[in-house]
Design a protein around this ligand. Structure first.
Ligand code: PRP
Ligand code: ZN
Ligand code: MG
Length: 231
């Protein structure tokens, strides 16, 4: 709920590519936690800043609902859910507070290796599989392309071989998954990395009038110091 709290709560990915680097970064900011037995909630020791370990896709919703105050999540996930919410008539509920410099990848359109790629116009009347339907739909609309968006929650790269789609739109990091599935990237829709996500506001003081405002400001100051040293 949205009630007053005197501890800051940060959601991070439970397992996956962002999980360890997110903890390491918060650790470098001076945060430490007592490990709980189920390890889904980590009680902050050095500061009243607790961690919640969740699915990355749940992080924007947890922030919107006020269950968590901040989160570490891919820009791709944050943008997807922001566009989806706004297309349903909602207002922007969260924003990127800082880019964190790890988890770099891009959201790319990829087509079978055999295609002679010329321009996005070739995507007209095709079916494109993706886990990012809102970002893809917005991009297609912007390009004036009428393609069918096939939403899949995972294993998107196999869809062309299964005849479910003609092309895909998915995250590319090393490119190994695309190559293994005889696909080639042809357009980048979004450059992504891990970001510190929080509610949409100008500053933390506007958000919380309990202890969380100052805790979040302290964390952000330390984070900026750590990020500067890493560059
Ligand atoms: C991501 C993405 C691609 C893959 C790309 O999946 O969805 O499938 O990584 O990485 P590569 O270019 O280095 O091969 P991830 O493993 O994070 O799992 P998920 O799709 O289930 O989130
Ligand atoms: Zn995920
Ligand atoms: Mg994947």
């Amino acid at each position: 709920g949205n009630g007053a709290r005197d501890r800051l709560r940060i959601a991070i990915q439970k397992s996956g590519r962002l999980a360890e680097p997110a903890r390491a970064l918060l650790n470098a900011c001076g945060l430490s936690w007592r490990e709980s037995r189920d390890r889904l909630f980590c009680y902050g020791e050095s500061l009243p800043v607790d961690l919640l370990l969740v699915r990355d896709d749940d992080i924007p919703g947890l922030i919107r609902d006020g269950v968590c105050d901040l989160g570490v999540v891919g820009r791709n996930v944050l943008l997807e859910q922001d566009i989806a919410l706004r297309s349903e008539g909602g207002t922007t509920a969260f924003r990127e507070w800082r880019a964190l410099g790890f988890g770099g990848c891009r959201l790319a359109l990829a087509v079978p290796e055999g295609w002679a790629w010329q321009s996005p116009a070739q995507l007209g009347s095709t079916r494109i599989a993706t886990s990012y339907p809102a970002i893809l739909r917005q991009w297609l609309d912007g390009q004036g392309i009428a393609a069918e968006v096939v939403e899949l929650s995972g294993s998107v790269e196999i869809a062309p071989r299964l005849g479910q789609a003609d092309a895909i739109c998915d995250l590319v990091s090393s490119g190994a998954t695309l190559a293994a599935n005889q696909l080639k990237p042809v357009m980048t829709l979004l450059e992504s990395e891990a970001v510190l996500a929080g509610p949409a506001a100008e500053n933390f003081g506007q958000l919380w009038d309990d202890a969380r405002g100052e805790l979040a400001e302290l964390l952000l100051r330390r984070l900026d110091g750590v990020l500067r040293m890493r560059h």
